[in-house]
Design a protein around this ligand. Structure first.
Ligand SMILES: Cc1cc2nc3c(=O)[nH]c(=O)nc-3n(C[C@H](O)[C@H](O)[C@H](O)COP(=O)(O)O)c2cc1C
Length: 210
């Protein structure tokens, strides 16, 4: 079987992590790159990720995530939070970064700027927040696949109270709202789920080929 698909079969949403086995700094940076390099609508990356290693902070957050042990037993807890301030100032900063990175005059990005002004910036606040969180989920998908390539375990999680997380991590003052989590570490031998078959729809059910 293709190696990539083999690794996707190997991965599973890990319930029990081995708290003794830590993800190395080098591997953490690779995983963070997989998030950073993710595609996003227009490249706007309307989210940030809080990378938590501190056991005390994790401990505080655990009760706001239904006590799920992954929070404290994994090496890192990543909190994906979308930006609530997708406005003209945010767009101007984005265009400036394009110009600097590609070493081209800012004028060359007028078309892109106008396109974004006429689309994303016209969305209602509610629609902007839905749009921004969708972008964050693309990064989570990439993270899970990249981790599987490195034989590192993950658990994507929506089972938490976003309001409580926002308060504990002071996200509101940074114009952020938490939307999803991912824990990163190594599976415990005692996690029985690792031996279970993947439950998925058949290709016939999932795909319409035209
Ligand atoms: C957006 C999202 C939220 C999830 N939330 C949780 C969660 O809070 N706790 C948990 O243990 N698993 C959670 N999962 C894991 C799923 O239950 C799991 O991915 C699914 O059952 C498929 O199994 P597999 O990933 O092991 O192949 C979540 C998965 C996704 C994609």
């Amino acid at each position: 079987m293709n190696n990539y698909i083999e690794n996707l079969n190997w991965r599973y949403a890990t319930k029990k992590f081995n708290p003794e086995k830590e993800v190395s700094d080098e591997n953490l940076e690779i995983l963070l790159d997989s998030i950073r390099l993710s595609a996003s609508s227009y490249g706007l990356q309307p989210y940030e990720v809080i990378v938590i290693k501190d056991p005390e902070v994790k401990d505080k957050l655990k009760s706001s995530a239904f006590g799920q042990p992954q929070i404290t037993d994994s090496s890192y807890l990543l909190v994906f939070a979308y930006r609530i301030d997708i406005d003209q100032a945010y767009l101007d900063k984005f265009i400036e970064n394009n110009s600097k990175t590609r070493n081209k005059p800012i004028k060359e990005f007028d078309g892109l700027k106008e396109m974004i002004q006429n689309s994303v910036l016209t969305f209602s606040q509610e629609m902007k927040e839905v749009w921004a969180s969708r972008q964050a989920y693309i990064a989570i998908g990439n993270l899970l696949s990249a981790a599987a390539e490195l034989k590192i375990d993950t658990c994507p999680m929506e089972g938490f109270n976003p309001d409580e997380f926002d308060e504990l991590l002071h996200l509101e003052s940074k114009n952020l709202k938490s939307i999803a989590l991912t824990t990163i570490g190594y599976r415990s031998e005692n996690d029985g789920l690792q031996n279970e078959k993947k439950v998925r729809k058949s290709k016939e059910e999932l795909f319409t080929r035209i």
